[in-house]
Design a protein around this ligand. Structure first.
Ligand code: N01
Length: 556
């Protein structure tokens, strides 16, 4: 019997359970990980902090929340039956429908029996003598697992801003990333929204329809492209489905961002003004994230990027009637796309409404929140409710919340004090048998998350099967392989315009967080090939050890 098969355990934790794998999180990553590992015959326990499955789509219930990747591409590809039977209703699915899909997957693949909801993983400590993890969970139990997979999500740790007086505000305070489950009715209320990222850009138009007055506090103007959301017809769904295998193969193997679209073969400066404008116009009219893939050098060449940025600034000036407001809404301190580009439905037009005010808190920062107002630039803006659309401690935040201790008691937070260090975004040296799905150092947030999640889950499952076949009990990233990968991630990032923005990709939104470009920007196709090559070479760059023998074998 293999080392992995020799451990078993199911059911509710009683303090004595031993699992092959503990998975942290039951979002899209955790659910698929469970499904794959079950297929290998491993015993798996998934712990989920939320009251149900769905991860980011469980928490982000703010008005207007919907995906910015088209629904037909924001779908699992691992089951043809699932793809054929699920009907998305709109081009960009709204949050309730995505959550319904997550629940459908949980039921269809009978995942729930191995998922323990309302349970936080507080601590995971590697026991070097037993080559296993001791995982302490919020119900008071500690379980043992040979492997731990962090499926904790990249944008899961909602960030409350540190603003003086916030605790004294007498009205309701909501965070977009932690929205209540019941519908919030803003009818007749004066509402303040702080932040103008994707979450605000989606929620502002909806809140404006209900509120008696909406005040939007903007520190940084953002680029946003119209979503052009619409109902999906049966014919559109049919035509996607007919070509699904090829569409998905191309998205996985040929694109940078895991989204199937035309591949640009020209740079922005290769076209004359009129031709370029016509192409931008066509993409603006079509809507969506593919605006940025009209040319192949928008992320690389500032002069090329300026042509796209100018186009969008011009559009904002056309839409927004008040010239002062239009000027404030025009982004001017970062290249377009270097912060996550936003996708909206009538965001800019919302500022033409008489009940909406934009306040520039770049020039006049918020001084304090008063019991019934926001004070900025010596002026008090009275509000009855506050919406904090202030984002997340991205990529590392949900890992950092868990007290993870690897070899010699080193914590992951100590190891990552100067920025996350991983090999391929999958493992961190000194933390054997601990995998991260879509971790820092992998394409993750720069890609269609479903594509990246499936790639990581498949790779991890293949790796565990490979280990089992060889009676290997531990796997760990080698420090030199990790150092080279971290340097590579950084080097590739700096060939692009991305590091020029103070973005959450850089950790710049969290005071004191090291400013390192966290995701891998080389693209999903190259990255997948790299991971496959590593596996084909016997997991090059990783150290493995065999069962019942402390000595290590270099698998490579
Ligand atoms: O968060 P953000 P988000 N005082 O960090 C401001 C994904 N997502 O939740 O830019 C005042 O982008 C901050 O200002 P600044 C998507 O990947 C996807 O909107 O730091 N303002 C900024 O304006 C996205 O990128 C979808 O100057 C403060 C805003 O708050 C990511 O999640 C939908 C402040 C935060 O913007 C995060 O988006 C929603 C302070 N103290 C989200 N602190 C879709 O799929 C922060 N801000 C469509």
């Amino acid at each position: 019997m293999s080392a992995l098969q020799s451990v078993a355990g199911k059911g509710h934790a009683t303090g004595r359970e031993i699992y092959d794998v503990v998975v942290v999180g039951a979002g899209f990553a955790g659910m698929y990980m469970l499904h794959k590992l079950r297929g290998l015959g491993l015993s798996v326990r998934v712990y989920e902090q939320g009251g149900d499955v769905g991860g980011t789509w469980y928490w982000n219930r703010y008005p207007g929340a919907r995906c910015d990747v088209e629904s037909m591409q924001y779908s699992y590809s691992f089951s043809d039956e699932l793809q054929q039977e699920w009907d998305w209703s709109e081009r960009y699915a709204p949050q309730p429908e995505i959550l319904k899909y997550a629940n459908h997957v949980a039921d269809r693949f009978k995942l729930r029996s191995d998922i323990q909801l309302d349970t936080r993983v507080d601590r995971a400590v590697f026991d070097e003598s037993a080559n296993s993890w001791q995982v302490a969970i919020s119900d008071g139990n500690t379980v043992t697992a040979k492997h731990v997979v962090l499926a904790t999500g990249c944008l899961s740790n909602a960030r409350m801003p540190d603003i003086k007086g916030l605790a004294d505000f007498v009205g309701k305070v909501y965070h977009t990333g932690h929205w209540p489950h019941e519908r919030i009715d803003f009818t007749g209320q004066r509402v303040g929204v702080i932040g103008t990222g994707s979450s605000a850009i989606q929620s502002v138009p909806i809140i404006a329809e209900e509120a008696s007055h909406l005040t939007v506090f903007q520190r940084t103007a953002n680029f946003s492209i119209p979503a052009r959301n619409a109902a999906l017809s049966a014919e559109e769904r049919r035509s996607w489905r007919a070509d699904y295998p090829e569409i998905q193969r191309k998205a996985r193997e040929e694109t940078r961002n895991g989204i199937f679209t035309e591949m640009p073969d020209r740079g922005a400066l290769d076209d004359g003004d009129n031709e370029r404008r016509a192409k931008y116009e066509q993409r603006w009219t079509r809507g969506g994230l593919t605006f940025m893939s009209v040319y192949n050098n928008l992320a690389l060449d500032k002069a090329a990027n300026d042509t796209a940025a100018d186009f969008v600034r011009h559009k904002i000036a056309e839409i927004v009637k008040d010239p002062h407001t239009a000027k404030l809404l025009q982004p001017n301190n970062h290249p377009i796309g270097s912060k996550r580009i936003c996708i909206d439905s009538d965001y800019f037009a919302t500022f033409n409404r008489p009940n909406v005010t934009l306040v520039d808190i770049k020039s006049n920062p918020i001084e304090a929140i008063l019991p019934n107002a926001v004070r900025a630039g010596d002026k008090d803006y009275e509000v009855d409710a506050l919406v904090l659309a202030t984002g997340f401690d991205a990529m590392t935040g949900s890992v950092a919340k868990i007290d993870i201790r690897g070899r010699n008691g080193q914590t992951i937070n100590q190891k990552w004090a100067e920025g996350p260090k991983t090999y391929l975004g999958l493992m961190s040296a000194g933390f054997p048998n601990l995998f991260i799905i879509t971790g820092p150092g992998s394409p993750s947030v720069l890609s269609n998350m479903i594509v990246s999640i499936e790639q990581h889950v498949d790779w991890i499952a293949d790796c565990l099967a490979w280990m089992r076949d060889r009676d290997l009990v531990t796997m760990e990233a080698k420090k030199d392989a990790e150092d080279s990968w971290v340097a590579h991630v950084n080097e590739v990032a700096h060939t692009t315009l991305y590091p020029q923005a103070n973005s959450w990709y850089m950790g710049a939104n969290i005071p004191g967080k090291p400013q390192i470009f966290m995701p891998y920007i080389g693209g999903v196709a190259i990255y997948r090939q790299t991971c496959n090559d590593v596996a084909a070479k016997g997991y090059e760059g990783f150290t493995m050890s065999v069962a019942e023998r402390p000595q290590k074998l270099a698998a490579s």
